[in-house]
Design a protein around this ligand. Structure first.
Ligand SMILES: Cc1cc2nc3c(=O)[nH]c(=O)nc-3n(C[C@H](O)[C@H](O)[C@H](O)COP(=O)(O)OP(=O)(O)OC[C@H]3O[C@@H](n4cnc5c(N)ncnc54)[C@H](O)[C@@H]3O)c2cc1C
Length: 370
């Protein structure tokens, strides 16, 4: 089949947009299928924790440097507390000998800068229609229609939890410290971000059982903040809501196959994980980097849709994705047990890990490099 374009990218989330830009930069012609944005669609209130590899990819696409001050905030320290509030696991960039542990980025700002870059991208056209192409890259997220059309099964296990996200302001400066509570039945993260109020704002990710999450979404602002203050015990000072609240159902899942003749899956269309470690998008952006490397290094005679070529990408990505899924799932299981014996054990575990510097270094390195 002769086609006018090389790659059709289906799905214009961060993974799809980054893939279109990255392919365009190596001279591949791309059509990016974007669903028309509803005028009344609210902005994403999430902020993402991005690792160094994701930052490098966005920098190579000229997106990172275009972010406004306040859209990206470095994390220098991270404090994880257990059920009793006393046992804590502390990570620092200084101990890890890196500049920062992660960056917290405004999700809507990253999308906006990707859109701007796409307007000037050579070889990339953006539209709503699907076009015949040598390769279709499916980046439509966990409920991908393209994946379903191909008949590819998605093994998904719901956690019976929802993650509530919102922006907060705080009475105390965040000092570049991420605060996390791992306990039963919730996992709560306050991620430092310099928007909307200088050095005193956080992005909230609060994972809770469905019924509890629904009750917190239905509560009025004052009721929600009172629950949040009780859950954080004032560790971040007085907190106030600075955005609407939004929630996402949580699951772990994986597509049975990630590629076939003329098609490939990336990002959440291929795999989803619990957000407790802030790694889902990092995995998706690592997929982008791997696929673009594989395509750039292909033999001159090899077609883009050749399944043997696409399997090189899957071989690179399957093991790290599997490891991250297992790690986040095991953490969730460990912390979702309510029994006192479990609570005692995991609190002791947190304390013990905190005292073993090489183990902490190893754990941090896994998160930084995944
Ligand atoms: C509360 C929460 C917090 C998180 N925090 C972090 C974090 O700190 N760090 C991190 O790395 N990850 C985090 N994640 C995970 C991250 O959000 C996802 O891994 C990431 O958004 C996946 O990107 P994607 O582009 O693959 O999919 P999506 O973001 O789901 O984007 C898919 C896009 O495709 C579009 N689409 C779907 N169907 C079609 C179609 N038929 N045609 C055209 N377009 C279509 C959709 O509208 C959407 O725009 C978090 C997740 C949640 C829920």
């Amino acid at each position: 089949m002769t086609t006018a374009i090389d790659v059709q990218v289906r799905g214009s989330g961060i993974v799809g947009k980054a893939l279109a830009l990255a392919l365009g930069r190596i001279g591949v012609t791309v059509a990016l299928q974007a669903e028309p944005r509803r005028a009344d669609a609210p902005e994403d209130v999430r902020a993402y924790a991005l690792n160094a590899a994701s930052v490098r990819l966005l920098a190579s696409l000229k997106v990172w440097d275009a972010l406004a001050p306040g859209d990206a905030t470095p994390v220098y320290d991270m404090r994880v507390r257990g059920d009793d509030g006393a046992s804590a696991l502390e990570f620092s960039a200084w101990q890890q000998r890196v500049g920062e542990l992660a960056w917290i980025v405004d999700a809507a700002a990253v999308e906006r800068e990707l859109d701007s870059a796409l307007r000037f991208a050579p070889h990339v056209s953006v539209g709503t229609a699907l076009q015949p192409a040598a390769l279709t890259a499916i980046c439509e997220g966990r409920a991908s229609a393209g994946r379903a059309e191909l008949g590819v099964a998605f093994d998904e296990h719901p956690y019976g939890q929802r993650a509530i996200a919102a922006r907060l302001t705080a009475s105390a400066p965040h000092a570049g410290t991420a605060l996390q509570w791992f306990r039963s039945p919730d996992v709560l993260a306050l991620l430092p971000i310099d928007k909307p109020r200088g050095g005193a704002s956080y992005a909230l990710v609060w994972s809770l059982p469905d019924a509890r999450a629904r009750a917190l979404l239905d509560a009025d602002d004052a009721g929600f903040v009172a629950e949040l203050m009780a859950a954080t015990g004032g560790a971040a000072g007085e907190l106030a809501l600075a955005s609407r609240r939004a929630a996402w159902p949580l699951s772990v899942g994986q597509a049975r196959s990630w590629c076939g003749p003329g098609w490939v899956l990336l990002g959440d269309a291929a795999h989803v994980i619990h957000p407790l470690a802030g790694q889902g998008l990092n995995l998706g952006l690592a997929d982008v980097a791997a696929l673009v490397d594989v395509i750039a290094a292909r033999e001159p005679w090899r077609r883009l849709g050749d399944e043997r070529l696409l399997r090189r990408y899957v071989r690179q990505r399957a093991a790290p994705t599997w490891a991250m899924q297992r790690t986040t799932d095991a953490l969730w299981r460990l912390f979702s047990h309510d029994a006192d014996a479990f609570k005692g054990l995991r609190n002791q575990g947190i304390g013990a890990v905190n005292r073993i510097t090489p183990l902490k270094r190893w754990l941090t390195a896994q998160a930084l490099n995944s």
